[in-house]
Design a protein around this ligand. Structure first.
Ligand code: IYR
Length: 220
């Protein structure tokens, strides 16, 4: 297939505008926190739709866009997902996770209970699409984990930008999600993200982020 090319119009900023906007954007993202206590306050579905559109602008291998964002607001489905997630997590915390792992998590106060799945107005389950079936032929997608990871990051940033909170939750194994949501065989659950307002009394651990010189190496 012949791909048509068109001129690209790059946004134009002066050097000082670049400095100011890059700093402001960093500060905006630096306010984001993973939240485990949500309010049940409703959120306009259009905000979620816009955040999904933002996530779905991510670059992807050969532009295959190998993602599906499933949005669950149905209470019965949320209850089913919570029950299945808690069953897996109970196993994780009691037998599957190493002592070192549990020690590392201890400061964050996580456990097998996942009430946020019922409480948050939306649960967004991001599926990666391992392959597409075209004319009855299975075609693998490319760099699926990388592509879907970037889409997740951009979605999370968009949710934060809209004044909402999210949590990246990875109950494992996650295959129950494809079953509960009756996803096609090419889709595998990648991340589960409750989305909504943080509870009024929500607390987050008092953590700091690595300094620039710990995360950046400049080869001049
Ligand atoms: N998936 C479990 C455990 C968990 C693991 C890590 I690493 C975290 O940063 C947080 C939680 C859970 O969601 O509780």
């Amino acid at each position: 297939m012949e791909q048509k090319f068109i001129p690209y119009q790059q946004k134009e900023l002066t050097a000082s505008e670049q400095l100011a906007t890059s700093k402001a954007y960093y500060e905006e993202l630096n306010r984001r926190r993973s939240v485990r206590e949500f309010s049940d306050e409703p959120v306009d579905i259009k905000v979620i739709e816009n955040a999904i559109l933002a996530g779905a602008t991510a670059p992807s291998g050969a532009h295959k866009q190998p993602w599906t964002f499933c949005v669950v607001s149905n209470a019965d489905l949320k209850a089913k997902i919570r029950a299945a997630a808690e069953t897996e997590e109970k196993q994780n915390y009691s037998t599957r996770m190493s002592d070192r792992w549990k020690e590392d998590l201890e400061p964050f106060g996580t456990n097998w209970e996942k009430p946020f799945i019922d409480i948050a107005p939306y649960i967004v389950i991001l599926f990666k699409r391992a392959f597409e079936t075209i004319d009855g032929e299975k075609r693998n997608n490319y760099y699926v984990n990388e592509s879907v990871g970037i889409a997740a990051g951009m979605f999370i940033a968009a949710i934060n930008n809209a004044g909402l909170s999210s949590l990246t939750h990875t109950p494992s194994p996650m295959n129950f999600l494809a079953k509960v949501l009756e996803r096609p065989e090419n889709e595998r659950a990648y991340l589960l993200m409750p989305v909504g307002y943080a509870a009024k009394d929500a607390e987050v651990p008092d953590i700091t982020r690595k300094k620039l010189d710990e995360v950046m190496v400049h080869y001049k």
